[in-house]
Design a protein around this ligand. Structure first.
Ligand code: NAD
Ligand code: UDP
Length: 319
């Protein structure tokens, strides 16, 4: 296949490009570097099966030659307002990537009769009232809350994807991605995994927002990419949760990181008011992914952190 991946210079996009190239496909990566980095793709330079186009997906997209599949991953993704890359600091760009970017990439899929995969998110469930979250749950989102620029853009993106499927017959897929971590996350990304790993490596206390009783379920990037790959090759048009169901409180997670990295500095509790609507619980029900894709994550949190920490040490100039 000849595949267009938007958000190619980002964390997940760069791993996806690599995976498709390794499977023998041709890949066109597209990115405007708003939160991504050219370093994530440097090792692909000179690969005859890889073409990079610097472009903002909010604008009309032209790609030369035939396209068989489009994967739309371009969007800021960190909620942390203390990071310049956080989507609350890029509110209009985030809404444009989710709304106009989804429209333009669906247009590419329609023009080329290509299959289409949208990177959606667990954030469409908001601060969920059902636990764990199944694909049938409609969510609990504040349409004007601080997170709404991301949540509502992704909800619009899902609706538009289904509209193109229902009314234009486009062969679409929707991946609802839960918290994923691993090498190639930016140091200043602001999400909990880069923050905690760097703090632990520097021997500093880990900044837990609130009392740390809020939960997340963390998936290692290789597991996630395998799920996305299988979803693209499947015939499923409804949304599919892709994530690791192993749920942990943020406080337990902080202890785990300190133990693995050998940090003795402990925890520093910070005010919970980071974002007004920090979801209290998040855990995917992955029954559908298991049944339809024969997929489930294989890498434990401990193993994943051990695989990720050396990347951060290198990036911090310590190795
Ligand atoms: P990331 O910030 O590392 O990557 C996003 C990439 O998209 C960046 O390279 C950025 O420069 C690019 N981009 C943003 N707006 C663009 C635009 N208008 N035009 C072209 N490129 C643009 O984030 P990530 O974690 O790799 O997330 C990738 C996708 O997966 C996002 O759509 C995100 O919503 C989704 N997702 C990620 C997670 C996760 O835990 N990592 C969870 C749920 C959903
Ligand atoms: N968090 C934290 N300390 C940090 C960064 C994040 O305690 O330095 C918490 C945050 O409040 C949230 C969870 O970790 O409850 C996950 O946050 P992240 O920014 O990774 O993404 P989210 O899952 O909220 O989209």
């Amino acid at each position: 296949m000849r595949i267009l991946v938007t958000g190619a210079a980002g964390f997940l996009g760069s791993h996806l490009c690599e995976r498709f190239l390794n499977e023998g496909h041709q890949v066109i990566g597209m990115d405007n570097f708003i939160t991504g980095s050219v370093e994530n793709l440097a090792h692909l330079a000179g690969n005859p099966n890889f073409l990079f186009i610097r472009h903002d997906v909010a604008n009309f997209i032209f790609v030369p030659g035939k396209i068989d599949a489009v994967l739309h991953f371009a969007s800021p993704a960190s909620p942390n307002p203390s990071s310049p890359l956080g989507y609350t600091n890029l509110p209009i760009q985030t809404m444009k990537a989710g709304a106009l970017g989804t429209h333009n990439t669906l247009g590419v899929a329609r023009a080329h009769k290509a299959r289409y995969l949208l990177a959606s998110t667990s954030e469409i469930y908001g601060d969920p009232l059902e636990h764990p979250q199944k694909e049938t749950y409609w969510g609990h989102c504040d349409p004007i809350g601080v997170r709404s620029v991301y949540d509502e853009a992704k909800r619009f993106a899902e609706a538009l994807t289904m509209a193109y499927h229902r009314y234009h017959g486009i062969d679409t897929r929707i991946a609802r991605i839960f918290n994923t971590y691993g090498p190639r996350m930016r140091l200043d990304d602001g999400r909990v995994v880069p923050n905690f790993i760097q703090q632990a490596i520097r021997g500093e206390p880990l900044t837990v927002y609130g009392d740390g009783s809020q939960t997340r379920s963390f998936c290692y990037v290789d597991d996630l990419i395998e799920g996305i790959y299988r979803l693209l090759l499947s015939d499923e048009h409804g949304p599919v949760n892709i994530g690791n169901p192993a749920e942990t409180t943020i406080l337990e997670f902080a202890y785990t990181i300190n133990k693995i990295i050998g940090n003795k500095a402990g925890i520093a509790f910070k005010p919970a008011s980071r974002l007004g609507d920090d979801p209290q619980r998040r855990q995917p029900d992955i029954t559908r992914a298991k049944e339809i894709l024969g997929w489930e994550p294989k890498i434990s949190l401990e193993e994943g952190i051990r695989l990720t920490a050396p990347y951060f040490r290198r990036k911090m100039g310590l190795e």
